[in-house]
Write a protein that binds this ligand. Structure first.
Ligand code: 5CA
Ligand code: ZN
Length: 406
């Protein structure tokens, strides 16, 4: 699939401290010691509705990982998928009388446009589930050879019991896993499964639904194996960071990891599992299914500067759950104006301290509230350095992805 185009990232002198991120699996803040290249897999959208601020917050958070790695001189290999065939997409297409492919194409294109406007750096490989069907079939075939697939009425399942480390990503007990699996696309109630938590790898063709003719029979892939397979194909296993919102820790990232570990024989799938908090609105998690959305597109259409949207998102620490309010946007717009005035002033306080503070804050588990406070502090000071405005603008662009030049 085509990715979106990149706003060039300025190179700034110096380097950040090593990045430390909270790892969901080990429940600790620890350094990511990325390989060469540094490898990042961020779960992409299921394209049946427009980008809301919850999605945007999650992709902006992982954009900072990309930026701080680049600032440290790492070559970054960033992969993102698009779940362009799955139950919620097919259900929405039927409900709205659209062709599922046309719906997925339109929403993926809208997502690209929003990501570019928000200056989220594009993935190097942007990969749809549909175009990955041969790779997914290969993964499932390899799992079959390892005895880690069973059939139930033509559908293929992965036995979670095949992975001794199953459960180690989210660290939940059985009742919690069962509840979340039910809520998030699993089928623990289905009779005949070896373990109620076993995830579907391949769903046999059903009437009125898209299916592909493959060596596994006619059908379509399950959700989790899609990301395992794309990560394995484009990054290789293990890779450095798997990212997504906290609603993906279980079952999605748990299942991706279990399938990946059994398939590769490596006890590691990702070295770090990193999860962004949930953005809420009107008292609930913002979600397409609930419909309590603030869309990036709607704000852009209303004339809101995308850099104000980005700053509003960055004002919250990525791991916290928070609720969007109009005041977030007002404050962000005011901050953007203040910063723009400060970088355009003839002289300002020297840039060294604020650039160091920015780098330290972001490298410390993406502490953007602290990074923003450091720039606020600089912008409210007086100084006689004629170069500082340009230097700070470049650093804010490179590290926070906020363009202060307009
Ligand atoms: N296609 C799958 C991942 S493989 C999927 O979860 N798609 S999604 O469109 O439902 O979500 C895309 C990303 O946005 C996921 O990382 C999800 O965790 C994140 N996300 C969804 N809602 C919110 C929210 N309210 N706040 C923060 N992040 C969210
Ligand atoms: Zn995924």
């Amino acid at each position: 699939m085509q990715s979106w185009s990149e706003h060039p990232v300025p190179e700034i002198p110096g380097a950040p401290p090593p990045l430390r991120l909270w790892d969901t699996a080990t429940r600790e803040l620890r350094p990511v010691a990325p390989g060469a290249p540094a490898t990042l897999y961020v779960c992409g959208i299921t394209p049946y509705d427009a980008t809301h601020l919850g999605h945007a917050a999650t992709y902006v958070a992982f954009d900072l990982v990309n930026r701080v790695w680049r600032d440290a001189g790492h070559e970054v290999q960033y992969v993102q998928n698009v779940t362009d065939v799955d139950d919620p997409l097919l259900e929405r297409a039927v409900a709205s009388g659209q062709d599922w492919r046309a719906l997925a194409d339109a929403e993926t294109e809208a997502f690209r446009s929003d990501m570019r406007a928000l200056r989220v750096l594009p993935p190097d490989d942007y990969i749809g589930a549909v175009e990955s069907i041969p790779a997914i079939v290969e993964t499932i075939t390899e799992l079959q050879e390892r005895g880690a697939v069973y059939e139930l009425d033509g559908d293929l399942y992965f036995p979670v019991g095949a992975d001794p480390a199953f459960g180690s990503v989210a660290g939940l007990d059985r009742p919690a896993m069962t509840e979340l699996a039910t809520e998030r696309g699993g089928d623990p109630e289905r009779p005949g499964k070896r373990d109620p938590l076993d995830p579907l790898l391949w769903q046999a063709a059903r009437p009125e639904e898209p299916s592909w003719h493959t060596d596994l029979g006619d059908g379509r892939p399950g959700w989790h194996v899609e990301c395992t397979s794309i990560a394995e194909e484009y990054l290789g296993l293990p890779f450095d960071v798997q990212g997504g919102g906290s609603d993906l820790a279980f079952p999605h990232h748990e299942m991706c990891a279990a399938i990946g570990r059994v398939n590769s024989g490596d006890p590691l799938f990702a070295r770090h599992y990193v999860h962004a908090g949930m953005v809420g609105y009107d008292g609930h998690k913002m979600s397409k299914s609930r419909g309590n959305l603030v869309l990036v597109r709607a704000l852009r259409d209303a004339g809101v500067d995308p850099m104000a949207i980005r700053l509003a998102l960055l004002a919250h620490h990525y791991r916290s759950d928070w609720e969007w309010t109009d005041a977030d946007l007002t404050r962000a717009g005011e901050r953007l104006d203040r910063w723009r005035r400060a970088v355009a002033a003839p002289t300002a306080p020297s840039a060294d301290r604020v650039v160091t503070a920015l780098r330290e804050a972001i490298s410390d588990d993406l502490n953007t509230p602290r990074a923003l406070a450091a720039v606020d502090d600089w912008a409210s000071g007086r100084g006689s350095d004629p170069e500082a405005g340009t230097q700070v603008a470049l650093a804010v662009d490179a590290l926070l992805g906020v363009d202060l030049t307009t």
